[in-house]
Design a protein around this ligand. Structure first.
Ligand code: PXG
Length: 460
């Protein structure tokens, strides 16, 4: 029998041994980690018994919510029958084959093939290897350059972090790796002053054309982007942006890669973000929502243009992971995707809770701290602003987002802060009543933050 440990016991053991991702180790050791012990539906409970509404779906992944027995049963059955076998040496397992088949069904029609990885970062490493291999096979080995965007997030491996546009990540580890370059993000609030959103969308997309011409079109292999940037702060591009990106990629023969790690599996109100934002990628990275995070799984959907070359001209592709097509992960993904279908969760987001959340967010714009509030499906961002009339942001040193996030934690709500943007991405199973509950918490936390700002004289 294990001894019941207190929160302090957990925190001490955690500080002594566990190096957390993206964490100031010493700072956390002083403060003590928050220990999450159990979950159900859209709620978490910490080790002190506090109930918390998880408006971030774990880390953008628990699309079907917590406690779905069908996923647990699928994992249990598969672990009993065959917990592991690899897919390397001309072998395969039934769950991996069935999942490949089902993914071909739910993804856009150009996708009939999948390459499995264990995570989104690994998936993006596969993307880099695969697009360069594709151009090698076509006799254009000089096409090595991948273009991405500032403030993008594509993972934390060497290739993932290089594709990402987070300068703090590049600074640690000598990144980006060669032949990866970035353009500015399509963030209207920051870069689109004086333009309508639609005008700005075209301007931002044409930064890609400028970059292709600067690099030399014969050297550009691919462009990669998240349909809506997630970790960067839920940056929703203007409707004109992605169709123009598509046109430019087509014009120069550049491959188009959609990183669907967050946007995939219903998050935006369609199965994949590229369907909502209106473009037709050649490759799609996925992870997170494919299993609703119950077990790790990622991969890359490979469009027909590339699959044909890899299959017919390929020879051996010297790339793969021990857990490519892990049978337990694939069994859970199958149960998860079937559940999304049976419960019509994509339609639920598209027709019901997505529009409902959009209306609630629009109403937040009246709040004195809110400069903008926007959503795409079940992703949302609230921009906190110092002076609404003059559109002045808070000084960075104020860390207004962190102040608001502190209130959220205390009030029992998980809402993330990315700079001055407060972001949410709740589980797709959320109901209208639960959205009302979440919005009441959000308003309360905004009011508490406003009270701090007034008391501190931060409003100018
Ligand atoms: N692409 C995108 C678009 C992501 O959001 C990855 C790739 C990497 O996936 P893995 O499975 O390797 O983590 C992600 C991951 C945040 C946050 O702070 C977001 C992610 C991961 C960690 C933190 O919002 N997204």
């Amino acid at each position: 029998m294990t001894m019941q440990r207190t929160t302090q016991d957990w925190q001490a053991a955690d500080a002594a041994h566990f190096l957390h991702p993206f964490t100031d180790f010493q700072g956390l050791a002083k403060k003590g980690a928050r220990i999450i012990e159990r979950a159900d539906n859209i709620y978490l409970w910490d080790s002190d018994g506090h109930k918390i509404l998880d408006a971030m779906s774990g880390l953008w992944c628990v699309n079907v919510g917590y406690g779905q027995q069908a996923l647990v049963d699928a994992a249990t059955r598969q672990m009993q029958q065959l917990p592991f076998y690899n897919a390397f040496f001309q072998t395969a397992t039934p769950p991996a084959i069935e999942l490949a088949e089902l993914l071909a069904e739910v993804t856009p029609p150009q996708f009939q093939h999948v390459f499995f990885s264990g995570s989104g970062s690994e998936g993006n490493d596969t993307v880099v290897r695969m697009v360069r291999r594709y151009w090698d096979l076509l006799g254009q080995p000089q096409r090595k350059v991948l273009i991405s965007r500032h403030n993008a997030y594509h993972g934390s491996t060497m290739a993932g972090a290089s594709l990402g546009g987070m300068s703090g990540m590049h600074a640690q580890g000598g990144l980006p790796i060669p032949d990866i370059t970035h353009i500015e993000q399509p963030y209207w609030f920051e870069h689109g002053k004086g333009m309508s959103r639609d005008e700005f969308g075209l301007v931002a997309a044409r930064w890609l054309e400028d970059k292709i011409l600067a690099v030399g079109p014969e050297r550009v292999a691919a462009f990669i982007g998240e349909p809506v940037q997630g970790a960067g702060g839920v940056i929703i591009p203007p409707a004109t942006y992605w169709p123009e990106i598509q046109r430019i990629c087509d014009k120069y023969g550049v491959l188009l890669v959609s990183d669907e790690v967050i946007c995939g599996f219903g998050r935006t109100g369609r199965w994949f973000g590229c369907e909502t934002l209106g473009f037709r990628p050649d490759l799609m990275t996925f992870a997170k929502g494919v299993t609703s995070g119950y077990v790790p799984l990622g991969g890359v959907m490979v469009g027909d243009r590339i699959a044909k070359v890899l299959v017919e001209q390929g020879g051996e592709f010297n790339h793969g992971y021990t857990y490519s097509g892990h049978p337990v992960a694939c069994a859970v993904a199958l149960a998860n995707i079937r559940l999304i279908r049976e419960q019509r969760l994509v339609e639920h987001v598209h027709d019901d809770v997505g529009p409902y959340l959009a209306a609630q967010f629009a109403a937040l714009r009246d709040h004195p701290l809110v400069g903008d509030a926007e959503t795409c499906g079940l992703m949302g961002a609230i921009l906190l602003i110092q002076d609404k009339a003059k559109n002045t942001p808070f000084p960075e040193s104020r860390e207004i987002g962190m102040v608001c996030r502190g209130h959220c934690f205390r009030e029992g709500l998980i809402m993330r802060a990315v700079g001055d943007r407060m972001i949410i991405a709740p589980p797709l199973v959320i109901t209208r009543t639960q959205i009302d509950e979440m919005m009441a918490l959000i308003r309360r936390c905004l009011d508490l933050t406003l009270a701090d700002a007034r008391a501190g004289g931060w409003l100018s």
